[in-house]
Design a protein around this ligand. Structure first.
Ligand code: AMP
Length: 186
């Protein structure tokens, strides 16, 4: 299956995408995780990405698109994948459409994991304390939520018009949310 998992920062996408990927035996491709791995390895890509991530801004489309274009050609993605955190802009949607069309494949489903803004804030503050993510400080969190609303939320309409969108409540026990997701993609 080829799945996009969307939702605002703090909705639990990373956790749920990893669980769902395990369940479906397909790779979990998280652009945020790939950027963070590059930041911790100090690669040129990581240095570039960090400038934006630390401010709560999106990494430029050309950088992000090239990275995803490469990742989707890996052998493990041949039979499907869960994309987590990509696409996030309308330009990335067009780019993903082109990549998939080139490979003669399409998306099966787009799932939006949703949660109220107050819950998102609480979760991210807790994550900052637990994991020490440098983009989880209050000013950056606020900026990430704003950027999501302005740049990424409109993508839900695009996928809705394509009849690919399913919405899942992201609030509750992790196992319950996973069950809802499994039902939504089945
Ligand atoms: P995430 O872990 O998905 O919340 O991503 C963390 C950060 O990585 C984001 O706040 C962005 O700075 C950057 N990032 C991840 N995915 C993308 C994307 N598709 N486009 C641009 N920036 C991204």
């Amino acid at each position: 299956m080829r799945i996009l998992l969307m939702g605002p920062p703090g909705a639990g996408k990373g956790t749920q995408a990893a669980l769902l990927a395990q369940r479906l035996s397909i790779p979990h491709i998280s652009t945020g995780d790939i950027f963070r791995a590059n930041v911790s390895q100090g690669t040129p890509l990581g240095r570039k990405a960090q400038e934006y991530m630390d401010k709560g801004e999106y990494v430029p489309d050309d950088v992000t698109n090239a990275m995803v274009r490469d990742r989707l050609t890996w052998e493990d993605a041949v039979n499907g994948f869960i994309l987590d955190g990509y696409p996030r802009t309308t330009a990335q949607v067009s780019e993903l459409d082109a990549m998939l069309a080139h490979a003669g494949i399409g998306l099966d489903v787009v799932v939006e994991l949703h949660a109220q803004p107050e819950v998102l804030l609480q979760r991210m503050v807790k994550r900052a304390a637990d994991q020490g993510r440098s983009d989880d400080d209050p000013t950056v969190i606020r900026r990430r939520l704003e950027v999501y609303a302005a740049e990424t939320a409109p993508l839900l309409e695009i996928y809705g018009q394509r009849n690919l969108l399913r919405q899942v409540d992201g609030i509750g026990d992790i196992v319950d949310v996973t069950s809802r997701l499994v039902a939504a993609v089945s």
